[in-house]
Write a protein that binds this ligand. Structure first.
Ligand code: 3PG
Length: 211
């Protein structure tokens, strides 16, 4: 029997901010601002040179924030993210070598999918939570409803095109566990150090989840 995959860390928020940071120094105040607004999980994408330092800073200084590394594309990304302190990983897709790397590392992981075949491959590898990416391009709610019937044991985190206006609709869909999106950390607010705006956006999102 294969070893069960490690579970994601526990967090309360059903909204996952997807963050592209230009400066590692933004990471800790951003994490604190999101926590103040009720969001205790963050995906820091490996799309900028400072991403690993940003992950390390949050893991070290804001332990109550569950920090995940996003945009994991290779085995090397997996190793670097884990070394930096990421508690889980996410990817826009998945490949055999990436799945092998995360399994070997014992890193909790959310693979990305956009087609039924990709869902089947991730499911065969033992995953039951997958990132539907890019969610609205993939068909949004209609796609999630269509996937629910053949894949009754799979839950999704739609990401890509999710925002304050449509998040409640996604979260009301029974096979949606979480949603992800970049609107919670706008680059202008990060540049300006406007952490109050980020706390307000987080509160608004949490309010929309409850609604
Ligand atoms: C991304 O990869 O940039 C994320 O999925 C976020 O997409 P969004 O900007 O549409 O929220």
């Amino acid at each position: 029997m294969s070893t069960p995959l490690p579970s994601l860390p526990a967090f309360r928020s059903r909204v996952v901010p997807v963050v592209v940071l230009q400066e590692a120094a933004h990471a800790v105040p951003l994490a604190r601002a999101l926590l103040a607004g009720g969001i205790d999980v963050i995906e820091i994408t490996l799309r900028t040179p400072c991403a690993l330092d940003a992950i390390a800073a949050v893991a070290r200084d804001v332990p109550e924030m569950q920090v995940g590394a996003g945009t994991l594309l290779s085995a090397d990304d997996v190793r670097r993210a884990q070394d930096a302190g990421a508690r889980f990983g996410l990817s826009p897709g998945h490949s055999p070598s990436l799945l092998q790397a995360v399994a070997g590392a014992g890193l909790p992981f959310v693979p990305g999918v956009m087609t039924p075949g990709e869902v089947m491959a991730a499911r065969e590898a033992g995953y039951q939570l997958m990132k539907l990416f890019p969610a609205t391009v993939a068909g949004g709610l209609d796609m999630l409803k269509a996937l629910a019937s053949p894949f009754g044991d799979v839950r999704f985190c739609p990401t890509g095109g999710v925002n304050l206006d449509n998040l409640a609709g996604f979260l009301a869909q029974p096979n949606v566990a979480l949603v992800g999106g970049s609107w919670l950390a706008p680059s202008a607010a990060l540049r300006a150090g406007d952490w109050d705006q980020i706390t307000a956006l987080a509160r608004q999102a949490i309010g929309a989840c409850k609604g």
